[in-house]
Design a protein around this ligand. Structure first.
Ligand code: LLP
Length: 393
């Protein structure tokens, strides 16, 4: 089945551009709030890194989610969109001084700290301002995730977080510093995870760590398990909304929260992934020796995921119902990695046809670059184009 798109309105717009189906986004957010709302101690933050388009952020903020930021720019974007500072968490292995100062001045909820030197700098900068920063430690749980090597983060060899061996030392240090207040532990094992077993392994590891800390009389009010829930890139129409019920139930079943603890999540892809498509125009159909190419006006500057992670995005020819043919779908960038898909079956393609690259709402527009002096793609929403899309089955 094809997705439903306002093709007439599309004809007026300069391609390539991103299109966000806000009806689907609102439906997804409603599902998240309903499913997380079954558990009174679950708090969900949106990982701004997935998509910081202001129109998308505004809808997410309306739903009441908090924000997970990884840079000063993301904190500013979240504040501009109206996320309350006391619902903002700030992670990142290399926080610059100005970014830490911004977080302190805005009095964000929590810094997810990734090293001892960072903890010391936060303490110093907070002291200069006469403030006390709330900190959680990102612990590297040495739990693998069944996902692409570039987006697994929870193994000991990754640059992220503090090792489990160092955890006690860091907590002791925090308790000796006067301008930081230790409030929790933070974890994130990777992205595009579809096997609940990976999250279960994380839960078991957190249970072990909490048992050890409890034996030392250390209890904390917050546990943050990061994000990582994947989406169905193969079948965006069949599964427009990820299975949040199973995801939250998995944590409820396997993680032993202590009395009074809140469990935080930082979901990015699962929130925005399916609501966005990259819409591109076919420039040329070129016959090769053994194959034919559909050459689009979008390239990896607009959507880098296929080139960087060999990611699959479903493609649809929005302008044709003709019998399908097989194409290598490529972009115009002067690099041989600028390929969206090989041997892709599309309704027969002609110059000027519009092609949708689906499931591009997360890590699409936000990762666009100006390489080859190309303009950045614009993002349009269904609200703006005043259409009612019914592509939720
Ligand atoms: N929390 C932390 C600490 C993270 O590092 C990330 C993602 C998230 C939350 C959100 O993860 P999500 O729920 O979206 O899986 N550009 C790559 C994905 C990079 C993810 C980086 N960290 C891609 O296009 O697949």
């Amino acid at each position: 089945m094809k997705g439903t798109f306002p093709i007439q309105q599309f004809a007026e717009l300069q391609t390539p551009f991103y299109y966000y189906d806000l009806e689907l986004l609102r439906h997804t957010l409603h599902t998240i709030c309903t499913e997380a709302g079954r558990y009174d101690r679950f708090a969900v933050h949106y990982a701004v890194k997935a998509n910081a388009n202001p129109k998308v952020l505004a809808v997410i903020r309306e739903s009441g989610l908090g924000a997970d930021c990884v840079s000063g720019g993301e904190i500013q974007a979240a504040l501009r969109a109206g996320f309350p500072a006391d619902r903002i968490v700030f992670a990142g292995v290399g926080k610059a001084d100005w970014e830490i100062k911004l977080g302190l001045d805005e009095e964000i909820f929590c810094f997810n700290v990734e090293s001892i030197p960072e903890l010391e700098v936060i303490d110093q900068l907070a002291a200069q301002r006469g403030k006390v920063a709330q900190v959680a430690f990102r612990i590297n749980p040495n739990v693998g995730a069944h996902t692409h090597a570039n987006i697994t983060t929870g193994l000991a060899e990754n640059k992220f977080g503090i090792s489990m061996e160092d955890m006690d030392r860091v907590i002791d240090l925090a308790q000796s510093l006067r301008h930081v207040h230790f409030i929790g532990l933070h974890f994130h094992i990777g992205s595009q995870i579809l096997e609940m077993g990976d999250f279960i392994a994380l839960c078991h590891r957190i249970n072990e760590l909490q048992d050890k800390l409890e034996a030392r009389g250390i209890l904390m009010p917050h546990i943050n398990v990061g994000g990582g829930l994947g989406i169905d890139y193969q079948d965006p129409n069949g599964h427009p909304v990820p299975d949040f019920r199973t995801y939250f139930a998995t944590y409820d079943t396997h993680l032993r929260l202590r009395p009074g603890q809140t469990l935080h999540f930082e979901l990015g892809r699962a929130v925005v992934g399916q609501c966005g498509s990259l819409i591109s125009k076919v420039l040329y159909v070129k016959q090769g020796t053994n194959k034919q190419f559909a050459i689009l006006d979008a390239g990896f500057t607009d959507l880098i995921r296929p080139a960087l992670y060999q990611a699959h995005h479903e493609m649809e020819n929005l302008s044709s119902e003709a019998d399908a043919q097989v194409y290598d779908v490529v972009g115009p960038i002067c690099e041989s990695s600028d390929v969206f898909g090989k041997a892709v079956s599309l309704n027969a393609v002609h110059r000027g046809d519009l092609v949708a690259l689906r499931s591009a709402g997360a890590y699409g527009e936000i990762m666009a670059s100006g390489y080859n002096c190309r303009p950045l793609p614009v993002g349009y929403t269904s609200d703006e184009l005043q259409v009612s899309i019914k592509n939720i089955k």
